[in-house]
Write a protein that binds this ligand. Sequence first.
Ligand code: B12
Ligand code: SF4
Ligand code: SF4
Length: 232
Amino acid sequence: MSDLTGFITDELWLHGADLVGVGSLAELPADVRAGLPIGIAIAVKFPKEVIRGIPDLPTRAYYDHYLHLDEKLDMLASLGAECLRSFGHRAIPLTRAYVAAHATPEGSLLPHKTVATRARLGWIGKSALLVTTPFGSMVRLTSILTDAPLRTAKPISESRCGDCQICRDACPAKAIVGNPWAACTAREELVDVAACQETAQERSNRAFGIPTSICGKCIEICPYTSRYLDKH
Ligand code: B12
Ligand code: SF4
Ligand code: SF4
């Protein structure tokens, strides 16, 4: 295969990925990346009408799509990994099952957002979410680890939020601190996850009777998301 990077990217797009990027993970500790040097970041976007529907409270449609997109992401990561293995390379799809089996007290061993910034899909906003130029933060993510000799992108290592504080001011939990992100910024400097989780559970329970930790206000309110929502 003369251009495996193009081939695998096309395969993922063909099967429904909205953004695909390849990044070098070599600078990260070997144990978090299973000794594999390359990460493929995959994003799928929410339908516009789902995000337009959550300015006040999360909706059942947002919850249902959240689950549906996670299934789609597991399928894409598994398919991409299988494809790389068929060329004789090692590849691990970071499906929800894999992430859960390798969970740490912090969350996941290798957050999808880390792979995504290394693969140039976007930067981490003051919201602590990945913000992409085409779709703002209305994307869900997965990743593949591999040793395939793929072309890697230049990582994004700085925030592009500028002076904006819209997500901080809109968060119903007051969980967003308002600090700009850089690659060494600890999560606690960006968001109070306990406050987010507690408020999100209360809001989803109030909105559709399920105390799950979804809210999404910081997705919907971001001007980069609005720019995509306003596009015809
Ligand atoms: C546990 C978890 C939660 C917990 C904790 C929140 C959190 N921020 O970790 C709770 C339940 C509170 C939560 C809430 C939400 N979550 Co959540 N969550 C996760 C999960 C399963 C693990 C996150 C994790 O490992 N955290 C560990 C910490 C250390 O990492 P992190 O904060 O995620 O990311 C940091 C690193 O990536 C670092 N980083 C980035 N680039 C680089 C580069 C280098 C070199 C280094 C060293 C570090 C680095 O910067 C990030 C910010 O500090 C991920 C899925 C996954 N497997 O990644 C989804 C995930 C982060 N969640 C997601 C979403 C959408 C949400 C909610 C909007 C859901 C909602 N309520 O509606 C909120 C948003 C809260 C917020 N503002 O951050 C999406 C984010 C999509 C996006 N566009 O960014 C993810 C990726 C799920 C997915 N499959 O798409 N979540
Ligand atoms: S998901 Fe809701 S509660 Fe959590 S940080 Fe975003 S806006 Fe705040
Ligand atoms: S709302 Fe503003 S500060 Fe928050 S992530 Fe989006 S651009 Fe950055």
